[in-house]
Design a protein around this ligand. Structure first.
Ligand SMILES: Cc1cc2nc3c(=O)[nH]c(=O)nc-3n(C[C@H](O)[C@H](O)[C@H](O)COP(=O)(O)O)c2cc1C
Length: 325
């Protein structure tokens, strides 16, 4: 059972898989943890309203494997009552803590005044944090962005969140106005760290374990998001495997976990985007892409990868004979 001081006591730097809807599900979290068992992971964002109204689909979406611990449930919303009900539910499910989403820029979420829209209403944001913090013995964290258009109110927001009972803050170093591919501005976070006592995790544009170690500076840790797509080895201090053959055991395990969790039909459909990411950068991948987006069962995946590996070794022998010629 975790307690409020969990984040303070956790070994630094804290390394984590950023919450990502459509990606950081149980199967992918398990895979990343197998690469580096010390990382923390967060679920995909889940509606507090939906959970409190008993949506079975959302409860299922939140389910996790015991090997994932410590794992944190991320919830979003704007209603204190539904936040409290959702928090209790996550507590009963055995989560190690609650993460409140105050950074999501998706149109649907912002239109409902959830996610990053709460930065326009800091008093409501603090009330939500306080309600959650006072109604659970679990640690409560908040994930947000620099701000809406700039970072002018970041320090005030962070101090307010801390005073409301947040035990950790993770800041994605881009504003709401900025897309995911512009450079992140971590300088604001190095400065923010001087103004708060709770741990501060940096996020945005971190490409690897080593990159995170360098960029973390005076902060308490880093979350990696998009750089983990098709590359869970990004969490390892060691070099990633170079060939598809070396990567295959993890690729197949990831596929198996997803199929176990979601069934063969949905699991196979959802693994396709990951498979494309796993072969990204592989010289011969182009001709296999259309096969990867059409896999319908586990055996299809095994078959396509057999072919890819055969192609990979024929490319290797061709280049070896070119060198020796
Ligand atoms: C496909 C996708 C889905 C995301 N879903 C969530 C989410 O559910 N909750 C959240 O707090 N952030 C979400 N994010 C934002 C990431 O957690 C992270 O802050 C962002 O990608 C920046 O980190 P990166 O540059 O390392 O990817 C998502 C990002 C992406 C690309």
């Amino acid at each position: 059972m975790t307690h409020k001081s969990f984040w303070k006591e956790l070994k630094k730097p804290i390394i984590g898989l950023a919450p990502m809807d459509g990606y950081s599900d149980s199967a992918f979290r398990r895979i990343c943890k197998e690469i580096n068992p010390e990382i923390v992971t967060v679920t995909e964002f889940t509606s507090a309203d939906g959970l409190s109204f008993g949506a079975e689909r959302l409860r299922k979406k939140l389910s996790f494997h015991p090997s994932e611990q410590p794992v944190f449930a991320q919830i979003f919303g704007k209603n204190t009552e539904t936040f409290i009900t959702a928090t209790k539910l996550c507590e009963d499910m055995g989560f190690s803590g609650i993460d409140i989403n105050m950074g999501c820029p998706s149109k649907r979420v912002v239109k409902s005044e959830h996610g990053v829209a709460l930065r326009k209403k800091p008093d409501l944001a603090f009330k939500l944090i306080e309600s959650v913090a006072q109604n659970t013995s679990l640690p409560v964290s908040v994930k947000t962005r620099l701000g809406l258009k700039n970072a002018d109110d970041l320090t005030d927001f962070a101090i307010g969140a801390q005073n409301a009972g947040a035990n950790m803050l993770c800041v994605h170093a881009r504003t709401y106005a900025e897309p995911y591919n512009v450079p992140a501005q971590h300088n604001y976070l190095y400065d923010l760290k001087h103004h708060i006592d709770i741990p501060l995790i940096i996020n945005g544009g971190i490409t690897s374990y080593q990159d995170g170690m360098e960029k973390c500076q005076n902060c308490d840790g880093f979350y990696i998001g998009q750089a983990s797509f098709g590359n869970p080895w990004t969490f390892s201090p060691h070099d990633a495997p170079k060939t598809i053959q070396e990567k295959l055991p993890i690729i197949l395990k990831h596929s198996q976990y997803l199929i176990e969790d979601k069934g063969e039909l949905v699991g196979t459909r959802e693994i396709r985007k990951h498979l494309l990411q796993y072969v990204k950068g592989f010289y011969g991948a182009k001709q296999f892409r259309s096969q990867l987006v059409h896999v319908k069962c586990y055996q299809d995946i095994v078959k396509v990868f057999d072919d890819i590996i055969e192609h990979e070794s024929s490319l290797k022998s061709a280049s070896l004979s070119a060198i020796s010629a």
